[in-house]
Design a protein around this ligand. Structure first.
Ligand code: G4F
Length: 297
């Protein structure tokens, strides 16, 4: 049942929690776009950071200490490449207003666990993608673009930092772990990741290969472009646009999910290739449906 509430409105949270008296709360609410957080830092802090505190305060105020609380945090807590694989004890150096807001949520969850005995856990999730991913996140932006390209679109894809490396997993695998985190005997924090890392450019190249699109990269930096090679002709397909660069970006993220492997029996069903395949298959179907709709108009 959908109840109306707002992470910026303490009163609404207290009322809903008091009415429902839930067994478990999963706080997945956020302004979750890292790039957007540079344009809307105050709003991001309010929702992504303080929103979590408002829920924890409601649990404490209502004395509903049996509620288990899951806080979605993020690999954006890390930042500086201090190690090759980040785990639960790695140094935290966020590089965006979003990352700082999540850092607050992460620490406040731990503080409420240790101070008030609330079963509160933080899941430090690395990038989790799926066909449901929002269209402004880079993986979906790419798979939707390529699907439309296969069906004849001549649009050009504009991207920012294609050398950023991310540890990309499937949201389905990760959501199951969110639930498992709350089924443990003791509340704790966990890194959820695949342990592998790939750049945005590798994501594009892999997706093109799956779709039999022959791609050739030319140039460097802001002048780098990708062409599609078709019957010895080249057609521009991707270019770099400074609009999509962030004032500060994390260039390297790779998680160490050892603790989750051991304690949560985490066994991801999707790897990088299966993830991309699932997204492409879905977006091809969507693009075909859209094309039929337009043609029938
Ligand atoms: O897809 P992204 O926007 O995801 P990002 O910033 O890694 O954040 C996602 O994962 C986090 C977990 O690690 C979550 F906490 C967060 O809420 C979100 O779900 O960007 C990935 C990389 C970045 O380095 C970005 O600069 O791709 C680079 N990029 C290059 N061109 C682009 C683009 N990102 C976007 N969104 N759009 C581009 O055109």
């Amino acid at each position: 049942f959908l109840h109306y509430g707002d992470l910026t409105d303490t009163d609404s949270l207290v009322k809903i929690i008091n009415k429902i008296k839930p067994n478990e709360i999963y706080n997945l609410g956020a302004q979750s776009h890292v790039g957007v957080s540079f344009d809307n830092p105050v709003y991001t802090a309010e929702v992504t950071g303080l929103g979590s505190l408002r829920i924890l305060e409601a649990i404490k105020f209502l004395k509903l200490r049996k509620i288990k609380f899951y806080q979605a945090t993020s690999s954006e807590l890390f930042g500086e490449k201090t190690v090759t694989k980040f785990n639960e004890n790695s140094e935290l150096n966020p590089k965006s207003p979003y990352g700082v807001a999540k850092l607050f949520a992460h620490h406040i969850t731990k503080i409420y666990r240790e101070s008030y005995g609330i079963f509160a856990c933080s899941g430090i999730l690395f990038n989790h993608e799926s066909p449901r991913r929002g269209e402004t996140f880079v993986t979906r932006k790419i798979t939707m673009f390529l699907a439309n390209r296969i069906l004849g679109s001549k649009n050009i894809l504009k991207l920012g930092n294609i050398y950023a490396k991310r540890d990309w997993g499937h949201a389905k695998d990760y959501v199951e772990m969110q639930w498992k985190i709350l089924q443990q005997k003791k509340p704790d924090d966990y890194v959820i990741a695949t342990g592998q890392t790939h750049s945005v450019k590798e994501f594009i190249n892999t997706a093109c290969k799956m779709l039999n699109i022959k791609i050739k990269w030319v140039g460097k930096g802001i002048n780098e472009k990708a062409y599609e090679i078709k019957k010895n002709k080249k057609e521009m397909m991707i270019k770099i646009d400074k609009k999509y660069f962030r004032p500060l970006d994390i260039n390297y993220l790779r998680g160490n999910p050892k603790k989750a492997f051991k304690k949560l029996k985490f066994k991801p069903k999707y790897n990088f290739y299966k993830l991309i395949k699932t997204m492409i298959d879905h977006d091809l179907d969507e693009a075909k449906k859209e094309k039929i709709l337009i043609e029938n108009q």
